[in-house]
Design a protein around this ligand. Structure first.
Ligand code: GLC
Length: 551
């Protein structure tokens, strides 16, 4: 069967990264004696402020299986393709979109069971990411390259909402190829938020674009794309939107509700974890690709400074474990001056009841949001997984997040991986926070619904932390239902037992997310494209306990 996904090509992953991950131990494979080389990601932020040594290691073994050169058959966890994979590949290929003969992306859904298409017949930037990773892992980088170039062109368009002009760097949420069969022409329309429900620009699109450019570069070893003046400019435009100085007192990025995967009002305005984690990952990814020439050098310097401040802020103020929770519970309020312990004036009375029972003695996570007198204690899966992948989380914090997932499996994973957030909002709170959104009723859609696409992020986080068995458990759950239910967009219910009320079928990122998870488990060296190692010189300054290691 053509392209049924069995031709797995190892990603280009630097040797030192893999060494650090100690994947050989995690996967029970024989440890190879490997030469230690520095990866281009390992370029330290501290070092960067002084000198620039670029791209060490990126040329090494392009497209090889990199570290784990062991033939797959010799691995203890040998891979047996599940019949679902062939179907997934076929469905993924059916969703491909072409522009003047070239593949440029995948549709959000190819659901023939409903006439209500909305904008699911478009290529969404965030939705294309798992498709892109699947194609890269399968040795098909062309579609990814064309997508990156096409969206880069779209970035150059003038963007307006009514009479207001958006920033130059904004990337589209989605685009659509219009085919005129009579004239035989293809044209593109794009949405930067001006058509989106709620009229919010997608802050995550630009970050995903940079992350994907790095994944492409890592996977193919082809530096020529990221080094083009167009790509260099694209990255700088995206980041200049975020690095501009203003009234901010925090290094985190101030956002409107609905500016990311959760594209409806869900009380995530302010400083949502999803955006902060993607911002951090995009900054680090750009750092590994930007050329230190002309305004590139200045941009690099700003990135380095921001990364320092951002990681300090996130690791200290967003982190919650049993110890921190207890500290917040005992916080004094209305403290003035530099000596304040409760810097954001969080009211202990605002701690929701559920969190006291939910928090295990061992484990922790990054909370949903932190701002003045505001701490959103909800768990958000994407932000926490991306924190692990980008090394925004320290190694201890990453382990603690995995501990929490194991400990609170029923709540966070349930019967259909993975809850987008936990817990849901109900009653009065739902009315106030969502503005009575009927699509976001309790345990549905973005309000505590379960999204199969998140499987790839969970799997990647599991592999990075050396706990692939957790991902296998989640994959087993997916394999028991997803294909039978025709690859829904999301599931409803406290355990994720019901196909979502308004969920699309044949949702592309549910399909691609499954493929990526399977290919990651089959060949963990793929992790290099979507993971960044910790910057060793950036010491975590955490005064409070990162988890509960004493137990
Ligand atoms: C929904 C989701 C959004 C996704 C889009 C296309 O609007 O909320 O995250 O990108 O569908 O699948």
């Amino acid at each position: 069967m053509e392209g049924c996904g069995l031709r797995a090509v190892g990603s280009h992953c630097s040797l030192s990264e893999m060494d650090d991950l100690d994947l050989t131990r995690a996967l029970d494979k024989p440890r190879l004696k490997i030469e230690r080389k520095r990866s281009f990601d390992e370029r330290s932020m501290s070092e960067l402020s002084t000198g620039y040594s670029r791209h060490d290691g990126i040329h090494d073994s392009p497209r090889g299986r990199s570290v784990l050169d062991t033939p797959l058959s010799s691995a203890r966890n040998s891979f047996e393709p599940h019949p679902m994979m062939a179907e997934a590949w076929e469905a993924l290929r059916r969703s491909m979109v072409f522009f003047r003969g070239q593949p440029v992306g995948t549709l959000a859904a190819v659901d023939n069971t409903t006439d209500e298409v909305l904008n699911y017949d478009q290529v969404f930037v965030r939705d294309f990411v798992p498709s892109a990773l699947a194609f890269l892992m399968n040795g098909e980088p062309d579609i990814v390259k064309h997508f990156l170039l096409k969206t880069l062109q779209l970035q150059g368009w003038e963007k307006r909402v009514d009479r207001f002009k958006l920033g130059e760097g904004v990337m589209p949420a989605s685009f659509k190829v219009l085919h005129d069969p009579i004239r035989e022409t293809d044209n593109i329309v794009a949405d930067f938020g001006e058509s989106a429900i709620g009229r919010v620009a997608p802050v995550d699109s630009g970050f995903w674009w940079i992350i994907l450019l790095r994944a492409y570069t890592k996977s193919t070893g082809d530096l020529t794309l990221s080094e083009t003046p167009e790509c260099q400019k694209g990255m700088k435009l995206i980041l200049s939107l975020c690095l501009a100085e203003g009234f901010d007192t925090f290094p985190t990025l101030l956002c409107a509700d609905g500016c990311s995967m959760i594209d409806r009002r869900m009380g995530v305005y302010g400083y949502p974890i999803e955006i902060q984690a993607l911002f951090f990952m995009a900054l680090r990814s750009a750092l590994s690709m930007l050329k230190p020439d002309g305004d590139g050098r200045e941009c690099i310097e700003r990135i380095v400074k921001r990364l320092h401040a951002l990681s300090f802020h996130m690791r200290n103020y967003f982190w919650l474990d049993h110890q921190n929770l207890n500290d917040i519970y005992r916080f004094k309020t209305e403290e003035y001056s530099h000596t304040a312990v409760n810097k954001f004036n969080v009211m202990p009375d605002s701690i929701p009841e559920w969190v006291f029972d939910f928090m295990p003695l061992r484990g922790g996570y990054f909370v949903g949001n932190v701002g003045p007198a505001h701490m959103d204690f909800r768990w958000f899966a994407l932000g926490n997984c991306v924190s692990i992948l980008s090394s925004l989380a320290t190694p201890d914090q990453s382990m603690a997040i995995m501990d929490l997932l194991e400990h609170r499996w029923e709540e966070l994973v349930g019967e259909m991986p993975l809850k987008i957030c936990y817990p849901c909002l109900e009653g009065h709170e739902w009315r106030i926070v969502t503005g009575c959104d009927p699509k976001n009723t309790r345990w549905s859609y973005h309000n505590g619904g379960s999204w199969p696409v998140l499987l790839w992020q969970l799997t990647a986080a599991c592999i990075k932390t050396g706990r692939p068995q957790i991902a296998r458990r989640a994959v087993d759950l997916i394999e028991s239902r997803l294909h039978r239910d025709c690859w829904p967009e999301y599931y409803d219910g406290k355990l994720g037992r019901y196909v979502g009320k308004q969920a699309r079928k044949y949702q592309t990122w549910s399909i691609a997310g499954y493929l990526v998870a399977k290919m990651l488990l089959e060949d963990p060296s793929h992790i290099g494209m979507i993971s960044l190692e910790e910057d060793k010189l950036m010491k975590p300054v955490i005064k409070r306990s990162a988890s509960w290691p004493q137990l």
